[in-house]
Design a binder for this molecule. Structure first.
Ligand code: NAD
Length: 277
């Protein structure tokens, strides 16, 4: 069993991106990200702070647009339009969740595909579906980089994903399918979940429920990737019962220090890519 060190991999990734940012700056091109944060969601504030720190480390300029909880949809769309039109902005990120009265899909759709560094625009997702070059959403992309870095075979393997969200589960399934995995997506209405997860060579947990995946759900030798971030009074937990599951696996990601740091690193990667475009 090997515990995947997402933190170390993310560090190397950021160092390589820093060199690319320096090369761009030497040509007078300064990569820049704009982040829109609506309301005062605590977790979002942490994510945004982590992203700004990573930008600083890599040499990406960063602009934060803080909007009140009661911001109107028209105002949000006007701000996105303005950022789409600004030549100094290479990437635009709308931090989710946004308040319920706002339509997040409409907002994602409004972000120009050339600046869609989160890969949530339908054009980006459509291109991923067609296996064309695009911005891949950062969490699935980070997981693909982890699998690649640890030389984990994907072709012909059975990958089971628990969770079908637009930002993790669905794009994850497309990434794995594009690399010739046989993919099963499970969700809250799936029957006999355990029977399916027990068949997984690669099991990806993106549910948002603390220690949901238990040892009896995992095949011996499986690769287990834990996307979950569950903050409780006892601390931060993944979606996998790490201590009991780890001995059965060939590779497993911890929480924290697994998928999370690679998600942020892939955002940096996408901003540099957008700047080059
Ligand atoms: P989501 O709430 O949008 O989706 C959760 C999915 O889990 C749904 O598709 C649902 O059908 C499924 N699910 C819920 N209960 C289930 C059950 N009993 N059996 C089977 N499936 C069930 O969540 P999300 O945005 O995809 O995020 C999932 C988790 O990953 C959260 O903890 C989130 O915080 C975390 N996350 C982490 C990162 C990272 O960088 N590490 C990035 C994004 C999300």
């Amino acid at each position: 069993m090997e515990i995947i060190d997402g933190k170390a991999l993310a560090k190397v990734t950021r160092e390589n991106l820093k060199k690319e940012a320096e090369e761009l700056r030497a040509k007078g091109i300064v990569p820049k990200l704009a982040v829109i944060l609506v309301g005062s969601d605590k977790a979002s504030q942490i994510y945004v702070r982590n992203k700004s720190k990573a930008c600083e480390e890599v040499g990406i300029e960063y602009e934060e647009i803080l909007l009140e909880e009661d911001t109107k949809m028209d105002t949000l769309l006007d701000i996105i339009d303005d950022l789409n039109n600004r030549a100094d902005i290479n990437g635009i990120l709308l931090q989710s969740p946004i308040p319920e009265h706002l339509d997040i899909n409409e907002a994602f759709r409004r972000i120009s595909p050339e600046k869609d560094v989160d890969g949530f625009n339908p054009i980006s997702l459509g291109k991923l579906c067609l296996n064309q070059d695009t911005f891949v959403s950062c969490t699935p992309y980070g997981i693909m980089k982890i699998l690649e870095a640890y030389n984990i075979d994907i072709r012909g393997k059975h990958a089971v994903i628990i969770g079908r969200s637009n930002i993790v589960g669905k794009p994850m399934s497309l990434c794995l399918l594009n690399k010739d995995a046989t993919v099963t997506i499970c969700h809250s209405k799936t029957k006999n979940l355990k029977e399916i997860t027990q068949q997984a060579d690669i099991l990806i947990a993106a549910i948002g429920k603390k220690q949901f995946v238990t040892a009896d759900m995992v095949k011996t030798g499986a690769v287990v990737i834990d996307v979950g971030i569950n903050r409780t009074e006892e601390g931060l937990f993944g979606d996998v019962d790490f201590e009991n599951v780890k001995e059965k696996t060939s590779f497993i990601t911890p929480v924290p220090g697994g998928v999370g740091p690679m998600t942020v690193a892939m955002l940096m990667n996408n901003i540099i890519k957008a700047t080059k475009l």
